[in-house]
Design a protein around this ligand. Structure first.
Ligand code: TRP
Ligand code: SF4
Length: 338
């Protein structure tokens, strides 16, 4: 059985590219889950995939700033450097070495069928680099380097994690049991943006900035938040579950009291609540989550040296774990460093 030689302790790992700042979708869908995994007995590794960012971002200053700003967001959201290993991918050169070893086991054709790759080829045909093609192999190195057992990801990353699982199995078959097969955890729910599409799609103005003022967030929901389009007048009953694109789905995630959610849904179905009122309630509930975050985030804004220290310490810890795996891999594959 696959889970058999998975150790009792969970080794949770996830990465994020430094293409921009965190938005409310990352915050709700990903980071809040990362925080939940931080508890006794779990080892959590959360890193910024700066190498992966290079597939699409060319501005070095932007990359550097995004990286440290994301770490501040992580810390303000509750990731604790004493409980989680927070690091930059590039701090551990062995990850790229492992990527090279894994690339020897990776059939080329498979890489060309990965949906995210195909989509980028379609969108940016003159930007198809070798780095883009090998993106999933580097991701497998991220995951297998620390021998992660649980990888929380969003839907779009499923094929990449599948590929990492396949590489782990292939390596184990050829060289003997080395890697646990990482389980995928699809608990990073898709968070709709203001237009109802996935939040943060680069070509849409549909994001909620977690550092925006509550008034700004309210204004954006009130003016841009797409609701049930069949609900033309306030007297028309609405369909919160299937019709409402950007508001009700977020209620389910931020409006903590289940009864309150059900009341909102019922009121919508009975045309007893208008969309503006419903959005105002939503933003009040978002404020309850974001206000304490924003306060901590402001305190961190100028603490660049502290952030660098967190990254250095996290880098050391991650290096200690990953370098052991990479020595083992070298040994098994017949590589001796003279
Ligand atoms: N590709 C992921 C994304 O775009 C980021 C990532 C890089 C990642 N390496 C990873 C996620 C390893 C999970 C595990 O979201
Ligand atoms: Fe959506 Fe609320 Fe309007 Fe119903 S009342 S359609 S749940 S915004």
């Amino acid at each position: 059985m696959e889970g058999k030689f998975m150790s009792e302790i969970l080794k949770v790992l996830s990465g994020i590219r430094a293409t921009g700042r965190l938005h409310f979708g990352n915050f709700l869908g990903a980071v809040q889950n990362f925080v939940k995994y931080q508890k006794d007995g779990n080892i959590c590794l959360y890193f910024i995939a700066d190498w992966h960012t290079l597939t699409t971002l060319e501005n070095p200053e932007e990359l550097r700033t995004n990286l440290t700003e994301i770490v501040k967001d992580y810390l303000a959201a509750g990731l604790d450097p004493d409980k989680s290993i927070i690091y930059a991918q590039s701090s551990i050169p062995e990850i790229s070495e492992l990527c090279l070893y894994l690339s020897m086991l990776q059939p080329l054709g498979e890489l060309q069928t990965i949906p995210t790759y195909k989509e980028l080829v379609r969108k940016f045909p003159n930007r198809v680099t070798l780095g883009l093609l090998t993106y999933p192999v580097l991701m497998a190195a991220d995951i297998l380097g620390p021998k992660a057992t649980l990888v929380p990801v969003g839907e779009d990353q499923v094929p990449n994690v599948e590929l990492a699982r396949d590489l782990a199995k292939r390596f184990n078959n050829r060289y003997g049991k080395t890697f646990p097969i990482p389980e995928m955890m699809q608990d990073m729910v898709r968070i709709p943006g203001l237009d109802g599409e996935k939040m943060g799609k680069s070509d849409a103005d549909n994001s909620i900035d977690i550092n925006a003022s509550i008034e700004e967030i309210r204004r954006r929901y009130l003016t841009k938040g797409v609701t049930d389009k069949n609900r033309v007048r306030a007297s028309d009953p609405g369909d919160p579950y299937n019709g409402c694109k950007s508001v009700y789905p977020i209620h389910e995630l931020v409006t903590v009291e289940e009864t309150e959610n059900r009341q909102i849904a019922k009121a919508c179905q009975a045309a007893a609540i208008g969309c503006a009122e419903c959005k105002n309630i939503l933003v009040d509930n978002i404020a309850r989550i974001l206000e304490p975050f924003q306060e901590r985030r402001r305190e961190l804004a100028e603490k660049n040296e502290y952030v660098r220290e967190v990254l250095r310490e996290g880098g050391k810890k991650a290096h200690r774990i990953i370098s052991i795996t990479v020595s083992e891999v070298r040994e098994k594959m017949g590589i001796t460093i003279y």
